[in-house]
Every structure is written in structure tokens, then in C-alpha cells.
Design a protein around this ligand. Structure first.
Ligand SMILES: Nc1ncnc2c1ncn2[C@@H]1O[C@H](COP(=O)(O)OP(=O)(O)OP(=O)(O)O)[C@@H](O)[C@H]1O
Length: 308
């Protein structure tokens, strides 16, 4: 299958400092892909380059096989963009604005009306066709923003923090809409909120200090969060080497509070083995429990690994 989005060694420099460095991404399927990173990580820079709003310093971006620099027209025909602030004109009606957006995206004249109607239907705004955008609520303005991003039926829809600033009801509606759109589009969505990405995305790309630090399926990320460490305390602590003699323990570290963190490789009988070894070798086990990493901790842990 050919890639819907391919990013090769993308780097961007604002004046003297690099905002993103060596970003590589390849996406070939529909569904929601999350770009997660804290404020200033480089999400907007990456998205602005993909959408042709910003010219990269180095590297290449291909949208459905077209190079955004060599063949911008074809690349842009296959991409829809919802920036952080929906790019709507408040003094136009929904119909006027979407027609204008479709024209800008080179939708053929004879197909304009059908394209606008379809985008309105998909985003649930048909009943507001003649309403001035300035008179719509924030949630509906955002729907108009999504409608302009899909009006030309692009393969890739890029959304920069689309759920930011919505109230709880608007949030539920926006998530539902994004999921529906992702059935037949690839949606690349950015957020600095991990739980938001978990709710919506099948794949997660984490970016920190301008570099990718994790890129895999949401399932793989969640598995990463499965407990694979134990916290133990002994009255008569064995050496790290002695502990590692217990089958299935690749790594041990003693913490400053006297506990030891034992990393195990998925062997569910490891607790039993440690208890047995402790009795046999006189380590006098005082405490043993599984340590489940919280997802936010894992995010922090991965973020701290990022090179500066
Ligand atoms: N126009 C600019 N000129 C100079 N530096 C910039 C500019 N835009 C962004 N930066 C810097 O580039 C880095 C990446 O910023 P970017 O906006 O891409 O991050 P982000 O992950 O989208 O953050 P946020 O969620 O806050 O929008 C930051 O250090 C930022 O200060």
C-alpha cells in the first residue's frame, strides 16, 4: 500500500534554534493518529510544514506520493487542515464560507454544491447553512472548521489540538465527529493531553524537544504501561547479582529508601520465585508488590529521555 503521508528527515529552524529535528513518519491507513507532545515540543511546526503553511529547513514531505515542495498542488489536493484557531470568516454564512473553501481547494465548479452539502452533512451543520458563522457557538464554529478541512475529500486531515478549549458536551461531540471522519480519512491530530490521544487514536507518535521519542500503536503504548516491575524490601538485602540469579530477572536497582525495583520479563511466577529464594537464602523478605506505571509517568519518563 502506498503511503498517505511520508515524512523524511524533517527539520526546521526558526532563526538560530531548531524547533524540530530529523522527524520521520509514515502512515498508510485510515484512522486517527495522535501526535502527542508538551507545549513547545514541535507539534504545530510539524503540522504547519505538512500543510504547506511553513517551508521546512530540511527534509521531505510526501502527501499521497506528491512532494509538498516539488508538487504542492497535488499534495495540497490531498490534505485538509484545521489549525488551532478554526480559520473561519465570521461575516460569511456557512454556505458562503464552505463554497469559498472548496473553490480554494480547486473543487470543480459543477461539483461545488455537492461537495459543500456533503461536508455539512458529515459535520452535522446543514441546519445552519445560512447562519452567519459569527453567530455560531464555539463548538459549531469548530464543526465549520472541520467541514472546510474535508470539503475537497482529502486523504489526510490534519487537526492541531482540535479539542482544546471545548466544554465537556462539545468535547464528546467533537470526538464522535473525528472518529466518524477517520473511517474514510487518515486523521493526524495533535494534543498535549495524553488521555485525549488515548481516547481517540489507534497510533501514537510522541514528540519532545523537536524529536520523536515514541511511535507505535496505542495498544503497544498501553502494554508499555503493564506492570513489569516489582518493589521489594529485605531485612537482609541480597546483592544485585544474587537477585538476578532468580530466573526471569534481567535488571535490579536499589532505591535510596532501601527498596529494590526488580524488572521482570513477563514471567508471572517471578513473585513466587523471589519468595522461595528469600526463604532458602535468608534474605528475610519484608515487602513485595507490583508497581504499575501510570500512563502519565510513562509519558514523563519518555519525555525525559529526549535529547536536547
Ligand atoms: N515563529 C517562531 N519563531 C521562533 N520560534 C518559534 C516560532 N514558532 C515556534 N517556535 C519555537 O519552536 C518550538 C516548537 O514550537 P511549536 O509551536 O511547534 O510547538 P507545539 O508542540 O505546537 O507547542 P504548543 O502546543 O504550545 O503550540 C518552540 O520552542 C517554540 O518556541
Amino acid at each position: 500500500m502506498s503511503s498517505i503521508l511520508k515524512i523524511e528527515r524533517l527539520s526546521h529552524k526558526y532563526s538560530s534554534s531548531w524547533a524540530i529535528r530529523d522527524i520521520n513518519i509514515e502512515i498508510s491507513q485510515t484512522g486517527v493518529i495522535g501526535l502527542l507532545g508538551s507545549n513547545g515540543a514541535g507539534k504545530s511546526t510539524t503540522m504547519n510544514i505538512l500543510c504547506g503553511v511553513l517551508n521546512q529547513t530540511e527534509g521531505n514531505v510526501y502527501i499521497n506520493g506528491s512532494d509538498t515542495r516539488q508538487d504542492p498542488e497535488n499534495a495540497k489536493a490531498n490534505i485538509g487542515f484545521l489549525p488551532q484557531q478554526p480559520p473561519v470568516y465570521t461575516d460569511l454564512t456557512v454556505d458562503e464560507y464552505l463554497t469559498y473553501a472548496a473553490e480554494l481547494r480547486s473543487v470543480e465548479k459543477s461539483k461545488l454544491r455537492a461537495a459543500v452539502n456533503e461536508a455539512k452533512e458529515r459535520t452535522g451543520i446543514t441546519h445552519f447553512s445560512r447562519r452567519l458563522i459569527g453567530n455560531l457557538s464555539g463548538g459549531y464554529k469548530q464543526r465549520v472548521g472541520i467541514a472546510q478541512a474535508i470539503v475537497h475529500r482529502p486523504k489526510l486531515v490534519v487537526m492541531d489540538e482540535p479539542t482544546n478549549g471545548l466544554d465537556p458536551n462539545q468535547l464528546i461531540e467533537a470526538r464522535k465527529l473525528i472518529r466518524e471522519i477517520a473511517v474514510d480519512h487518515t486523521v493526524l491530530l495533535s494534543s498535549h493531553i495524553l488521555s485525549e490521544i488515548q481516547l481517540l487514536c489507534r497510533e501514537i507518535i510522541m514528540i519532545e524537544a523537536g524529536r520523536i521519542i515514541f511511535s507505535d500503536s496505542m495498544d503497544a503504548f498501553n502494554n508499555y504501561a503493564q506492570p513489569n516491575t516489582l518493589l521489594v524490601r529485605f531485612e537482609n538485602p541480597p546483592s544485585v547479582t544474587d537477585l538476578q540469579q532468580v530466573t526471569g530477572i534481567p535488571r535490579v536497582e536499589y532505591l535510596s529508601n532501601g527498596q529494590a525495583r526488580i524488572y521482570f520479563d513477563g514471567d508471572k511466577t517471578v513473585t513466587e520465585k523471589i519468595v522461595t529464594a528469600s526463604v532458602q537464602l535468608g534474605w528475610k523478605l519484608q515487602e513485595i508488590h507490583l508497581e504499575k506505571g501510570l500512563l502519565d509517568d510513562i509519558f514523563k519518563q519518555l519525555s525525559n529521555q529526549s535529547p536536547n
